[in-house]
Design a protein around this ligand. Sequence first.
Ligand code: APR
Ligand code: PHB
Length: 402
Amino acid sequence: VTRPLRTQVAIIGAGPAGLVLSHLLAARGIDCVVLEDRSREYVEHRVRAGVLEHPTVELLRAHGLADRLDREALVHRGVQIALDGRRHRIDFEDLTGRNITVYGQQEVVKDLIAARLSAGEPIVFDVSDVRVEGFAGDEPFVRYRNGEGSVTLRCDVIAGCDGFHGVSRPSLPPGALHIHDREYPFAWLGILARAAPTTDELIYSNSERGFALYSMRSPEITRLYLQVDPDEDINDWSDDRIWGELTRRLPTSEGFTLLDGPILEKAVTPMRSFVATPMRCGRLALAGDAAHIVPPTGAKGMNLAIADVTVLAAAIDALERTGDESLLADYSDTCLQRVWRVQHFSWWMTSMLHRFNDHDDFQHQLQRSELRWVLHSRAASTALAENYVGLPFGRIYPEEAR
Ligand code: APR
Ligand code: PHB
């Protein structure tokens, strides 16, 4: 059975990028279909990072998508960075006048799905064999299978919001993309624990034993990370070993208490930096993890994905309203200014905080010197704070000629 359907925008992927895009388009009266190959249950329970930049929260609020967030999320006015077991505070409100919000990625996803479904707009879960085609011309289409058979969905634009392992990026013709990437000699072991947080700010800790991060999700749940080897076997990490290592790496001898509790989830996440350019080929635009990955130090992945789709929504709006393709033609350049800024920030945070090669003493001394400068110089801590709370969406250097 082939049922031809039509929409203005076909969105592949119901992660933060695809779902936010669907809301931005709906707000402009543009219709779209979101196609997701996993189940609703799966995407609503995938554990990811949980820090929202100031511009991300403002965007969600402006679209009426922040009611639960405003009730339940934790507002943090700064972060703490520990070096050699001593804590230093970066005061975001003082340095930038802004703050950040801690709210799990899957909570954002749940809110976005609920709002879209209650407005009667479609999200098709559990699709398979998704193919993106015809985007070199102006009649792109998506083919997929659902429970009833195979479907062809015609559209004006395809938004590839299907994450790092999706089909959109690999569907571009060979040679269309340039890949810029970097791997790191470590991964993060992350846990979610039923244990009350004992601070109201995150603690990033550079310790001799390697990096550790103290984060949280709610007044009952902490989220903790340890730097581990990239090929680390999670089965080698008993709960006792994890708590022991966290105790040694976090600044527990300095008035900070680490409460333990049942571990609800644990996983090892690889670290990489990756950018595929350009982020558009004809009528197929890539957004979020489909186009780029950042290492999690700084928690930028979801925020960057949302920044991309704000640019994409405006470009699609111009195309649909007046046939003007110029914003779509500029989409990649516009996004990449911010993408590279955030890539640098995430790489910088990663470089300052992790333990690298034990034999490179020179590098180690440079790292310590840089981190101490960030902790003690107001100019340097402002640079960290400005990036952490989030640069504006859209062109971050609008004065530069196109
Ligand atoms: N067809 C349909 N959907 C697909 C396909 C496919 N072939 N392949 C992947 N997907 C779906 C995934 O199941 C996922 O729900 O696309 C979605 C992509 O979502 P994310 O991986 O969350 O990527 P993105 O929306 O770009 O979010 C960016 O937010 O979730 C955080 O840390 C995460 O950095 C990431 C950021
Ligand atoms: C998280 O809470 O999951 C988190 C916080 C900060 C990061 C990364 C992840 O840099």
